[in-house]
Design a protein around this ligand. Structure first.
Ligand code: E4P
Length: 232
C-alpha cells in the first residue's frame, strides 16, 4: 500500500518527502483553506515536491466541472483531478478520463458507489473510512469490500482508503488490500513509533559510546562520534 499525505501544508509534505515514505498527496477544499493559500498556487507548489497530487473541483454542474477539471489538470503533470461521487461529478469524470486525465472520485461510502466510479474510468476511488465510523458504520469493512469487489470484477481503479484518523486505520487499510492510504501528517508521524525501536536505538548508541570511551585516544583529529558514524 502506497502512503499519501492528506494535507495541503507545504512543510508537512516536504518532511514526508524527505523521510522518503510518501508517494502522493490528497487535498480537498477544507485542507486548502486551512493552508491559507490560493488553490492553484498551493497545488503547484506541492507538485514541485511530489507526484500524484489530488486537487478537487468545486463546480457543481457537469459541464462546469469538465472545464474546471481541464484547467486543474493543466496546472501540472503531477495533478490528479478530484471529482465528487455525484451524477454531475461522474459525468464530468467520464469525459475527463476519456481525455487521459487521471481522476480521483471522492466522497465514496459504498461498494455500489465504487462500481459507479470504476464505470466512468476513474484512476482512483476514495472511500472515506473515518466518516463512516463517525456514523457508527464500519469504514474499513467498506474499504475491504470495495477491494474484494474490484478484484472479483478485475477492475483496475485504485482503492484509496481516505479519512484515515489513526495508525490502526492504516494497518487495517493495508490488510484490506487498499492500493493507497492517505493520512494526516500527525498519523504518518505515529507510524514510526514503537517503544522497542526507541529503547533499542538508545541502547545501541550507549554501547557504542562505551566502546569509544574504552579506546585509547585517537592519534590525530577528533574521536568519531556516533552521530558522525551514522551520518550518510
Ligand atoms: C481524502 O481525499 C480526504 O481529503 C480526507 O481523507 C477526508 O478526511 P476527513 O474525513 O478526516 O476530513
Amino acid at each position: 500500500m502506497k502512503l499519501f499525505l492528506d494535507t495541503a501544508e507545504y512543510d508537512e509534505i516536504k518532511a514526508g518527502v524527505e523521510w522518503g515514505v510518501i508517494d502522493g498527496v490528497t487535498t480537498n477544499p477544507t485542507l486548502i483553506a486551512k493552508a491559507g493559500q490560493d488553490h492553484e498556487t498551493q497545488v503547484k507548489r506541492i507538485c514541485g515536491l511530489i507526484g500524484n497530487v489530488s486537487a478537487e473541483c468545486v463546480s457543481e454542474k457537469r459541464d462546469d466541472m469538465i472545464v474546471e477539471g481541464r484547467r486543474i489538470a493543466a496546472w501540472h503533470k503531477n495533478v490528479i483531478v478530484k471529482v465528487p461521487l455525484t451524477p454531475d461529478g461522474l459525468g464530468a469524470a467520464k469525459i475527463l478520463a476519456g481525455e487521459g486525465i487521471r481522476i480521483n472520485v471522492t466522497l465514496c461510502f459504498s461498494v455500489n458507489q465504487a462500481l459507479l466510479a470504476a464505470a466512468v474510468g476513474a484512476y482512483i476511488v476514495s472511500p472515506f473510512a473515518g466518516r463512516l465510523d463517525d456514523i457508527n458504520e464500519d469504514g474499513m469493512r467498506v474499504v475491504a469490500d470495495i477491494v474484494s469487489a474490484y478484484r472479483q470484477q478485475e477492475i483496475k481503479t485504485k482503492v484509496l482508503a481516505a479519512s484515515i484518523r489513526n495508525p490502526m486505520h492504516v494497518t487495517q487499510a493495508a490488510l484490506a488490500g487498499a492500493d493507497i492510504g492517505t493520512m494526516p501528517f500527525a498519523v504518518l508521524k505515529m507510524l514510526f513509533n514503537h517503544p522497542l525501536t526507541e529503547a533499542g536505538q538508545k541502547k545501541f548508541l550507549e554501547d557504542y559510546r562505551k566502546t569509544q570511551e574504552a579506546r585509547p585516544a585517537a592519534p590525530a583529529g577528533k574521536p568519531v562520534t556516533p552521530e558522525a558514524a551514522t551520518k550518510r
